[in-house]
Design a protein around this ligand. Sequence first.
Ligand code: K2U
Ligand code: ZN
Length: 182
Amino acid sequence: MARLQILEYPDPRLRTRAVAVREFDARLSRLIDDMFETMYAAPGIGLASSQVDFHQQLIVMDVSDTKDQPLVFCNPEILSRDGVATYEEGCLSVPGIFDDVERAARIRARAQDRTGVPFEMELEGMLAVCLQHEMDHLDGKLFVDYLSDLKRQRIRKKLERDRKDRASRPAAERATTDAPAL
Ligand code: K2U
Ligand code: ZN
């Protein structure tokens, strides 16, 4: 398995609309395993294929505290929505930024598993928030798009400044501070 590079806002590749998964083969399965390794190492509770520059409709999630309840969603669709809930969201592609986003409180979703077998699932709480957040990624949408233009502009400037600062540090120093948690 391998840890994949996660694209960071405002990288334009994050705005690509993903196409449907058609081949449920060993290559897809290997990517799914790599995405899980990348997500757990980040750490995060969800990851969309768009974030690792793969533009087919694929999401991995695990919202469990014990990190032993992995979920795979290929070609996900939302069949129904109910209620409204506001959560403070973050994003591995927008590091260090958190803000409130309003989404459906409960959803019914249909998707395919890693072998292509279709399934349906009722989701609520963090599961529902996370899947809606990840499905936005597949449409090229980020949670910062729900914020004001002024907030989004400030976030973009901060991330570009942070990246420039990181790039100007000696490589040895970068390696220690940027090393992913083991
Ligand atoms: O898309 C991503 O970057 C993964 C997010 C998923 C997520 C976003 C908002 C709300 C829930 C899930 C990452 O997991 S962000 C890091 C994180 C970790 C734990 C809880 C919330 C956010
Ligand atoms: Zn995200």
